[in-house]
Design a protein around this ligand. Structure first.
Ligand code: ZN
Length: 277
């Protein structure tokens, strides 16, 4: 990788949740002002802006939209709840299509007390059930493995390999994986699984932030790139070695950064991206 390439921010995207205090309009304006050309949208923004207005805003700004976040949460104790989840994922796909998002990210879900293998089976069934809808819309479905600290209630898929198994079983070109360094940096098979995902054509998304060694909260204390212990640049090299040309999506949930001036924070993100990603 050349030095010029490392100084290139053209693949930088930011998740709206990173700037949680901002509305979608503020994110769009703030990212554009900082020269950020891509935005991944979290669905909570639709609480305060209509889908049509959001689509217009994003289109007018000329921002690329790698992902709408998030669908998933498929497993449930009863069939009625599972059907509701399928309906919600179809809605998510419709919303993604409306705003021109390439993929929806699936935080697949888990049910406390349910065997993880059973939950994974229900995830596979859920994705299979929404696939025709995704096909009709041309929206990709990216399974995001989550760190095992979330295995009880957020994700029964915790390693790249767990996501790969579902991709292989469904064998569909729209189903792939969103790799978030926060969740998988510790995986001893990470490099091999990235290579394999590259060969299988399933690497759809690449999310970056950092793992603070002194983590204060399991949900809302992610670090800025360079602030923790993840060798993001090496993981990026593994990802790009596969031919991946997608965006590098900054996704930081942090009570600390949500309290800062968000415009200054976006500038810090751009700098940290150039320095550590
Ligand atoms: Zn992520």
């Amino acid at each position: 990788m050349t030095d010029e390439r490392l100084k290139d921010a053209s693949r930088l995207a930011i998740h709206t949740m990173t700037n949680k205090p901002w509305s979608l309009a503020q994110c769009v304006a703030g990212y554009a002002a900082a020269g950020v050309r891509a935005i991944s949208v979290w669905r909570n923004v639709f609480e305060s802006v209509s889908l049509a207005d959001a689509a217009r805003m994003l289109g007018d700004a000329g921002l690329a939209v790698p992902a709408l976040v998030r669908g998933g949460f498929f497993p449930a104790g009863d069939a009625g709840e599972r059907d509701k989840a399928i309906d919600d994922n179809k809605l998510c796909i419709d919303q993604a299509r409306a705003i021109g998002a390439e993929m929806i990210v699936l935080v697949v879900g888990a049910v406390p007390g349910m065997m993880l293998a059973e939950a994974r089976r229900q995830v596979e069934d859920g994705i299979a059930a929404v696939l025709p809808h995704a096909e009709a819309s041309g929206v990709k479905l990216a399974i995001e493995p989550l760190h095992p600290m979330y295995a009880a209630d957020r994700s029964c898929i915790n390693r790249m390999a767990d996501a790969r198994v579902i991709c292989e079983r469904l064998g569909h070109p729209l189903v792939g994986i969103a790799l978030d360094v926060y969740h998988v940096w510790w995986d001893p098979d990470l490099e091999a699984e990235i290579d394999l995902a590259g060969r299988q054509g399933t690497l759809l998304g690449f999310h970056v932030c950092d793992w603070r060694v002194e983590t204060r909260d399991l949900l809302t204390d992610r670090g800025m790139m360079g602030e923790g212990c993840i060798d993001i640049r090496t993981i990026r090299r593994w990802v790009e070695r596969t031919g991946f040309t997608g965006f590098h999506e900054v996704e930081i949930f942090s009570e600390h950064y949500w309290r800062q001036d968000q415009a200054v924070y976006v500038e810090q993100i751009s700098q940290a991206y150039l320095e550590y990603c």
